[in-house]
Design a protein around this ligand. Structure first.
Ligand SMILES: Nc1ncnc2c1ncn2[C@@H]1O[C@H](COP(=O)(O)OP(=O)(O)OP(=O)(O)O)[C@@H](O)[C@H]1O
Ligand SMILES: [Mg+2]
Ligand SMILES: [Zn+2]
Length: 290
């Protein structure tokens, strides 16, 4: 990795602590919903009356500039749905999100036109999908995948696009000699790294990373985590890091939210949550880590 890999700690020295993103009551239902599930607190995310799944239920949190927020929770707790809503892949049912750098932080980005949402996505966000097939065109070249993001962020000079693509792929240790290969010929870890370089292409202030290390073997996992920490340190990018693995969260996240059945059941400083988990589900998670 091009960035020097010195001893890193989670405490960044002179961090700017104004929020870059404020999410309030983000709710996403798959299904129409009925009087019962719209008006009651359900135990699970599935409504027994109408079969609607409330994948995210009144999710609220803030993300500071350059901060890493961890999102942890069991399978099906709504983590991917939450980040997909923020990236406009899914349309929220209700709730708001405010980006401080967009229109002076005075508008709900979920209410913007599709065109405006494309702009936000192209210029202000980067996403690494849990499923690399959602994030990459497997039949394009890897450099082509990165170029796509550059073009959508307003770069048109072919030579410069090529140069920047190779710089970005180099940064995640994809050798120049393999830049023109299709991601479908890459290993899972390599595909994740192509996704990361694509996500970084437009220098976004906000990165959404969904299970970036899941399914990778331990040595590759450690490399990807190192890469993420270096990126955060060097570029001061704010990140939402989703993982069902508390070990990953512990290594990366300053603060963490814990989700269960679509709801945020606990949030706070990662170290505090790990030392003294309040919610029974979080206690279970923490104990399984020990
Ligand atoms: N497109 C969809 N249509 C219908 N239901 C969906 C859709 N996407 C997600 N869901 C449902 O929403 C709930 C949350 O799913 P989600 O993928 O957000 O969970 P997750 O926390 O990311 O889980 P995992 O750790 O397994 O990735 C699940 O019950 C899922 O079945
Ligand atoms: Mg998921
Ligand atoms: Zn219902």
């Amino acid at each position: 990795m091009s960035v020097p890999n010195t001893l890193l700690t989670k405490e960044s020295q002179d961090k700017d602590t104004s929020p870059i993103l404020q999410v309030s009551n983000l709710t996403k239902r798959f299904g129409e919903g009925c009087d019962y599930c719209k008006n009651h607190e359900l135990e699970t995310n599935l409504c027994s009356e109408c079969g609607t799944v409330t994948a995210c239920s009144n999710v609220s949190f803030e993300l500071d500039k350059g901060e890493i927020l961890g999102v942890v929770g069991e399978s099906g707790s709504g983590k991917s749905t939450m980040v997909k809503c923020l990236y406009f892949d899914q349309q929220v049912t209700s709730g708001s999100a405010i980006l401080t750098d967009f229109k002076d932080g005075e508008t709900n980005i979920f209410d913007q036109s599709a065109q405006m949402q494309r702009y936000i996505r192209n210029y202000m966000m980067g996403m690494v999908y849990q499923n690399p097939h959602l994030g990459l065109k497997m039949d394009y070249s890897s450099s082509g995948n990165v170029a796509e993001k550059l073009i959508s962020a307003g770069h048109y000079h072919v030579g410069k696009i090529r140069e920047r693509s190779s710089e970005l792929l180099n940064q995640v240790e994809i050798p120049v000699s393999r830049m023109d290969e299709q991601p479908k010929r890459f290993s899972g870890g390599m595909q994740q790294r192509v996704q990361i370089s694509k996500a970084l292409a437009n220098n976004p202030p906000l990165l959404l990373l969904d299970e970036i290390t899941t399914g990778l073997d331990l040595s590759v996992q450690a490399k990807v985590l190192d890469l993420i920490r270096n990126i955060q340190r060097e570029m001061q990018v704010a990140m939402i890091v989703v993982s069902h693995d508390l070990g990953v969260i512990r290594m990366l996240a300053d603060r963490t939210i814990v989700m269960k059945e679509g709801k945020v059941v606990e949030q706070g400083l990662t170290d505090q949550i790990l030392q003294d988990p309040q919610h029974s589900y979080t206690q279970l998670l923490v104990h399984s880590l020990l």
